[in-house]
Design a protein around this ligand. Structure first.
Ligand SMILES: Cc1cc2nc3c(=O)[nH]c(=O)nc-3n(C[C@H](O)[C@H](O)[C@H](O)COP(=O)(O)OP(=O)(O)OC[C@H]3O[C@@H](n4cnc5c(N)ncnc54)[C@H](O)[C@@H]3O)c2cc1C
Length: 387
């Protein structure tokens, strides 16, 4: 067993950290408050190869795995730039297309995802299905050689920045008559696809949308994979990378908050010569949060290692646990950091309260803490389902 990164991974970590720090949380907040995107950071990360680290070299990527992409997510977040679209585009969409797309789809989409010139976002959540994807109401019907998609999706991140959206829909299996899931690569400018922006209480340059699919006509090759049988495995293929990278983003955010707060408490003096950090009422909560973040990082490392070794089932358990641990640790770290900073914690300038909404959302999305606990209760502890 080793806890060391390879020298290439170490170099990647240092390089991404340096890039993130050059932009910093001030840039992230400024973009969010101006209603703009982090276009410059995304483009530079793409040019430097960081967005495509997990994409095979044959399609312009770095040929690494989810371990490398998790490093990118964590280090940008640790610099105050938690980019949710890293989880959606390179982690979910690129993995799904690489593992289950046709060769034509890989050639068409992966190079753009690798260099950052294209983004593909992901739409599974629906107003009437929520956590229960078995109730999806978005339907794909045959239309000659192609497809017609109808339905509604909600909270879909980054549609305004993306060229395509990977839509999870249901199709009818001709053989059994049963409905089964299928994934479609839908251009965001397709006729019949409309969106409305949701007002979210999260300081982020990335937006969430309601999507309306009203008989969106698609060619046959919009379906991910060669046949409808690719649907379920393709959907599951995206889950582990999603959980691991969103966990990495949470751990990075936790590190960022603790670093901001401990830098402040080590130097702030309001009781004579001693720093406020010398009071254990201030330092212990920060130390406790640091322990939780570090524990989450260990679980992320384990999950990513298992995933990259092709041990998908074990990676599923570890990835869910990592996501849970990192979601809780990030929320704890940011809340604790705000408290340790006192009034400064609530200012925009100190750049911690700006993350309260994001870390709170991290306990809900992309999978809620309750649904992870359900997963662990059923798959690890052998408990019956209540639903
Ligand atoms: C910032 C943000 C970005 C997002 N981006 C995307 C995106 O890009 N693409 C996308 O498809 N979706 C996205 N989502 C949606 C997200 O994945 C869902 O919000 C999440 O899966 C929960 O679904 P829901 O909101 O419908 O909650 P519901 O399913 O309505 O659940 C509400 C509450 O009840 C709990 N609950 C539900 N069922 C059970 C149960 N059986 N046992 C115990 N507790 C239960 C949940 O844990 C939750 O706390 C995003 C959400 C947010 C907040």
């Amino acid at each position: 067993m080793t806890f060391d990164l390879t020298s290439e991974q170490d170099q990647l970590r240092d390089a991404v950290r340096a890039l993130g720090r050059r932009y910093g949380h001030g840039y992230f907040v400024e973009k969010a408050k101006a209603g703009e995107h982090t276009t410059e950071l995304w483009a530079e990360a793409g040019r430097l190869g960081y967005l495509g680290v997990n994409i095979p070299t044959a399609y312009g990527g770095g040929g690494g795995g989810i371990t490398e992409l998790a490093i990118v997510c964590e280090e940008l977040a640790a610099a105050g730039c938690p980019l949710l679209l890293l989880v959606v585009s390179p982690a979910i969409a690129a993995t799904v297309i690489n593992r289950h797309g046709t060769e034509e789809q890989r050639k068409r989409h992966l190079p753009g995802l690798a260099d950052g010139s294209a983004k593909i976002v992901f739409a599974i959540t629906e107003p009437d299905a929520g956590s229960n994807f078995h109730r999806l109401g978005t339907v794909a019907r045959r239309d000659g050689d192609g497809w017609l998609l109808s339905g509604r999706k909600c909270y879909i991140s980054g549609v305004d920045e993306a060229d395509h959206v990977l839509v999870v829909a249901r199709t009818e299996d001709a053989g059994t008559g049963k409905l089964k899931p299928a994934l479609f690569i839908v251009p965001t400018n397709a006729a019949g696809l409309t969106r409305s922006k949701l007002d979210m209480e999260i300081v982020s340059p990335e937006n969430q949308f309601l999507l309306y699919l009203d008989d969106v006509r698609l060619p046959a090759d919009a379906l991910v994979g060669e046949s409808l049988d690719a649907g379920l495995p393709a959907l599951f293929a995206g889950l582990n990378p999603e959980r691991i990278t969103v966990a990495a983003m949470g751990a990075g955010t936790g590190r960022y908050a603790i670093e901001r707060a401990s830098g402040y408490t080590a130097t702030r003096k309001v009781w004579g010569g001693r720093s406020i950090g010398s009071h254990q009422g201030v330092s212990h909560p920060l130390a406790h949060a640091a322990v939780q973040v570090e524990l989450a990082r260990l679980m992320i490392q384990k999950a990513a290692t298992l995933y990259d070794a092709g041990r998908d089932l074990e990676a599923g358990v570890a990835g869910n646990m990592a996501k849970y641990a990192a979601g809780e640790a990030a929320a704890l770290a940011v809340d604790t950091a705000v408290q340790a900073l006192g009034g400064a914690g609530m200012t925009t300038e100190y750049g911690v309260a700006t993350l309260l909404g994001a870390v709170r959302a991290g306990r809900i999305a992309p999978v809620s803490r309750e649904m992870i606990l359900n997963f662990v209760a059923q798959h690890v502890l052998g408990q019956d389902k209540s639903y």
